[in-house]
Design a protein around this ligand. Structure first.
Ligand code: GLY
Ligand code: MN
Ligand code: MN
Length: 455
């Protein structure tokens, strides 16, 4: 028999999901309908970022730019000019270039920008200094997000100054800069049917990845090895990149909220916290599970875990249209506080502890955030001074936790260094809500059964 073992990997067929050209066009139309008369909007794409030497970080298109254009290349600028006779949507992008394409890959070019990405008109990015001032000239208002990219800010000022320098020859410079973000981000906050489909799939893939990690985990493994299992599952299903750097924290590393070293050994008797989600077609999933490295919760771990799980359920129960953004957080805080009192980790009654915010020693972050193209997605949490009211189509995370600091001298030693978070992604529906990431177990018995079956 050969000494070389055959690798066993189940190859699944990734689902083909994409936002349609019609939807990208509708987004541009809807945004232009919000713009003041006689205005122009300038939306730059993301830059390539050098990592070291000749290597660059994997390119990720800017979310606002991609939301409107679906255009995946660097060195691109979208311009929206409502009412322009020769077309309202202009895209500046790289020219086709056989030599460059041989080295770094396909470019759509100007023809491709019009044919495949819905641009009415497209120009080489190298010509933007000559062409864009002419498009701005005569428009009273410019929609542009100042302050995000100082180099691009400078270009915008130069283009406006080019027009100003010609005022005596009759040129009319814009008189006002306006922020596009508000309208655009309100649009992004409500997910269309197409977006929901992609986010549902991202949730399923990420849930499978967490399940795989539970099945494979055993004492003596290193944190990055669990991370590798997670990334493998993402990529095999078409979510090649994670939506954010994965957190795999064993033992007290789980108490470091943004722990990403992922290098320690996983110890028998500890819990491990994994916060990881894939990005699919520019949409994020965001899941956290915490489970015992050896497959069996200790008494203390289980007691704290049950509180976090109950807090998550209490938060879920408040999610429906008409309720406000902060209700899930209030519900989670109340459950966690009562749970800590019951375990004698907090002294005194519920009311006093809530007033004092005593839970903050154990639970120091909020219960969730909007989720979409960005893991911490856009959209206001307050309107005026009031918490935002939930509407169908919004997607949020629900991620309560309890973290007992290893140095907390106010609690008996047996509780110290336990960190737990449980996080799922929730779509607000007309009827209430739908959990997009429930494909991965989270009840104590379910986790223990799954892990025992894969020993
Ligand atoms: N993974 C980032 C977060 O949960 O907010
Ligand atoms: Mn989150
Ligand atoms: Mn997370």
């Amino acid at each position: 028999m050969s000494a070389i073992k055959k690798a066993k990997t189940k190859v699944i067929k990734p689902k083909k999901l994409a936002i349609s050209a019609a939807e990208f066009a509708r987004r541009r139309r809807d945004l232009m309908a919000c713009m003041e008369p006689n205005s122009i909007a300038i939306i730059p794409g993301a830059r390539e970022v050098r990592r070291n030497g000749d290597a660059e970080y994997a390119f990720r298109q800017d979310s606002d730019f991609y939301y409107l254009s679906g255009f995946p290349e660097p060195e691109a600028v979208a311009v929206l000019i409502p009412g322009r006779e020769h077309g309202e949507y202009v895209l500046f992008c790289r020219e086709k270039d056989a030599t460059r394409e041989l080295w770094t890959g396909y470019r759509a070019g100007q023809e491709g920008a019009c044919q495949n990405y819905g641009a009415d008109d497209a120009f080489p990015i190298g010509d933007i200094d000559e062409i864009l001032p002419g498009l701005i000239e005569g428009r009273e208002r410019v929609y542009y997000s100042l302050g995000k990219d100082s180099e691009f800010d400078r270009h915008v000022m130069e283009w406006v100054n080019t027009i100003r320098s010609k005022v005596r020859a009759g040129a009319i410079p814009p008189g006002e800069f306006l922020d596009l973000d508000h309208f655009l981000h309100e649009q992004r906050l409500i997910k269309s049917a197409g977006e929901q489909k992609i986010m549902r799939e991202a949730g399923k893939i990420s849930a499978r990845a967490h399940t795989r990690a539970m099945q494979i985990c055993h004492p003596g493994m290193r944190e990055f090895q669990l991370e590798a299992e997670i990334l493998h599952e993402f990529a095999m299903a078409g979510g090649r990149y994670p939506a954010y750097t994965s957190i795999v924290g064993g033992g007290e590393n789980a108490c470091v909220l943004h722990y990403t070293e992922n290098a320690a050994e996983l110890n028998d008797g500890d819990l491990v916290l994994i916060d990881a989600g894939c990005e699919l077609q520019h949409y994020a999933a965001d899941i956290t599970r915490t489970f015992p490295v050896n497959g069996k919760f200790s008494k203390e771990q289980r007691a704290l875990y049950e509180i976090v799980l109950a807090a998550q359920q209490a938060a879920f129960d408040t999610i429906k249209p008409g309720n406000h953004w902060n209700e899930p957080h209030d519900a989670a805080v109340k459950t966690i506080t009562q749970g800590l009192i019951d375990l004698k980790l907090l002294k005194g009654g519920l009311k006093k502890n809530l007033e004092k915010g005593a839970y903050q020693d154990f639970y120091m972050h909020r219960t969730g955030h909007w989720l979409g193209m960005d893991v911490h997605d856009v959209g206001d949490y307050k309107v005026g001074n009031e918490w935002r009211v939930l509407e169908a189509g919004m997607v949020l995370t629900v991620e309560p936790g309890i973290y007992v600091s290893p140095s907390n001298q106010d609690v008996p030693a047996r509780w110290r260094g336990i960190g737990i978070r449980i996080e799922d992604d929730v779509l607000v529906t007309k009827q209430g809500h739908d959990v997009l990431t429930d494909g991965v177990p989270k009840a104590v018995d379910e986790i223990e059964t799954l892990m025992a079956a894969s020993r």
